[in-house]
Design a protein around this ligand. Structure first.
Ligand SMILES: [Zn+2]
Length: 262
C-alpha cells in the first residue's frame, strides 16, 4: 500500500519540483528607459513585476505564500526598497498571485488593488475550485487543493463594469483593464508596449517564450476571446504572463490561430 501511494505521489513530486522548485530566483530588467524601469522577479516560476516611474512604484502580483522573503531579497538586490512601493495590483486572486499580499500590505503598507469579482476568492484565501486543462494540470491540482494564503482585504476593488482605469492615479502611465477571462475579477495591466496578463496565457515549462494554455481555466472560450481583445491593442508588443514568458505579441497571434484551427 505504501509503495502504491509512493508511486502515485511520484509524478506529483517530480512535477512540483519541475514547476516550482528547480528554477532559481531571478530578477530580470524588462525595460530601463528614460520613461520607466520595469523589473520581473521570478520566484518558483511565479512572476512579480515592479514598475518605477517618476519616483512612484507599482507592483503587479504577489506570488506564493511562504516566498515573501525571497521576493524581498530580489527587490533589494535590484535597488528597490519594498517600503517605497505604493500599490500592488493583483491580476487575480489565485494563491500563486495573491499569496504574499497580506505580508506586503502589513509590513510595508502597500495598498492592494484587485478585481471586485475575485472578492469571494480572496475572502476564501484562495481556496477555490480550479479547472485543470490537462493531465499535467490535474497532477498539479493535487498539490494545490485546499491550500490557502494569509488573509487580507483589498484596499480597493475594481469592478468589471467600471471600464478601463487610468494608472495615472497610481502615479504610473498605463491602463488597468478589468478582464474576466481567467477568473471573474481578473485584470490586465498595460504599460507602454507591455501587457501584464496574469494567467490569461502562460509560457511553456521547458520553452518559457512559447505561449500555451494555462493549467487552470474554467471557461476556455471566454479566455480565448479575452486574449484576442488584448491582441487587438496595437501598442502592445510584449506579453508578460504570471508564469514563464515573456513573448512577443506575434507569438500570441500564432497561438490563437492554432487554437482556432483545433
Ligand atoms: Zn490563476
Amino acid at each position: 500500500m505504501l509503495v502504491v501511494n509512493g508511486l502515485k505521489q511520484l509524478p506529483v513530486v517530480v512535477l512540483t519540483m519541475l514547476l516550482l522548485g528547480c528554477s532559481g530566483d531571478r530578477a530580470v530588467v524588462i525595460e530601463d528607459s528614460s520613461d520607466r524601469r520595469i523589473v520581473r522577479f521570478d520566484v518558483a516560476s511565479a512572476n512579480v513585476y515592479v514598475i518605477e516611474e517618476n519616483g512612484h512604484r507599482l507592483m503587479i502580483d504577489a506570488g506564493n505564500p511562504g516566498d515573501e522573503e525571497r521576493y524581498e531579497a530580489l527587490m533589494r538586490g535590484s535597488g528597490i526598497d519594498p517600503a517605497t512601493i505604493d500599490f500592488a495590483v493583483l491580476t487575480h486572486g489565485h494563491i500563486d498571485h495573491a499569496g504574499t499580499a497580506a505580508f506586503f500590505q502589513e509590513r510595508y503598507g502597500i495598498q492592494i488593488i484587485g478585481g471586485a469579482g475575485d472578492k469571494p476568492m480572496i475572502e476564501a484565501a484562495g481556496d477555490v475550485d480550479l479547472c485543470p486543462t490537462s493531465i499535467t494540470a490535474k497532477l498539479l491540482h493535487m498539490t494545490l487543493k485546499g491550500k490557502q494564503y494569509p488573509a487580507f482585504q483589498l484596499d480597493r476593488g475594481i469592478s468589471a463594469t467600471s471600464g478601463v482605469v487610468d494608472l495615472a492615479e497610481f502615479g504610473i502611465t498605463g491602463k488597468l483593464i478589468p478582464h474576466s477571462g481567467h477568473t471573474p475579477g481578473s485584470m490586465v495591466i498595460t504599460i507602454g508596449s507591455h501587457a501584464f496578463v496574469g494567467d490569461l496565457i502562460r509560457g511553456g515549462v521547458l520553452r518559457p517564450e512559447v505561449p500555451t494554455t494555462h493549467f487552470f481555466m474554467c471557461d476556455l472560450e471566454e479566455n480565448r476571446r479575452r486574449i484576442a481583445e488584448i491582441m487587438a491593442l496595437e501598442e502592445i508588443q510584449y506579453w508578460h504572463p504570471g508564469h514563464f514568458g515573456p513573448f512577443p505579441a506575434a507569438a500570441v497571434g500564432v497561438y490563437l490561430t492554432q487554437q482556432t484551427d483545433e
